[in-house]
Design a protein around this ligand. Sequence first.
Ligand code: BTN
Length: 264
Amino acid sequence: MFSEIDILSDTEIKNNLLPEYKYFDIKIFKVTDSTNKQAKELIAKNAFENGTTLVADEQTDGKGRFGKSFFSPKGTGIYFSTIIKAPIKLQNISLVTIISALSVCKAIAKLTKSKPQIKWINDIYVNGKKVCGILTETISNFETQIADAVIVGIGINLKTKFFPNELKDKAGFVTTENVCRNFFIAEILNNLFSLVKDISNKKVIEEYKRLSFVLNKKIKYLSKDTIITARAVDINERGNLVVKDSGGKISALESGEVSLYDLP
Ligand code: BTN
């Protein structure tokens, strides 16, 4: 489980996958632009299977949500994209993001002493700082309303301590413990693909809600260029954040349309 030199290895990742996922194609890059971009290229060529996973030791053009970049320095983080090829209804796509965040939190809680929390919808925090971001991208089939493939791109500052100036107040790292990245990645994949099978189970949202630090807090969000202040009151069965504004109006926010930017 622990090793002094933390070298990424497809064999080590596979060795720690559950028997039913041992067939996953795991590809390791010493350096690449973005594993999500590489995953999209594989999908365009139809050269992927369920569980095809691209892992990088370093990314030169890591992508974040809302067109942001994701800082991905060599050797200290976990950067990977895995492709889910399972019949997921487009209306349930937010739930993929929910189960991805849950999978990372479970791995952190199991493999380290850190206590992860989730900022809806998919930012993971440890000690008040963001340690993980998730970028889910869907290849949609609008006729069937079922996704052809979903790319789940996960970036974790596992041991990264030095951040550029613009990030250093907000970004943190998961742990100083000697955790092996191969083991961590396998654990997340095991969690994620097990949860895909159970995606509509109410227990998933219950577990997610327990880890949320947004619920019952006052939040601000940006919707169609307007800043709205509200209280987060629930997360519904579709993974939407249910908010109540000062006039008592209830709205269900979908992850794609809002950006939470403040939690006083
Ligand atoms: C965010 O915080 O806005 C999402 C960050 C997602 C980063 C991961 S790192 C692996 C994968 N490849 C990318 O280019 N992005 C995701």
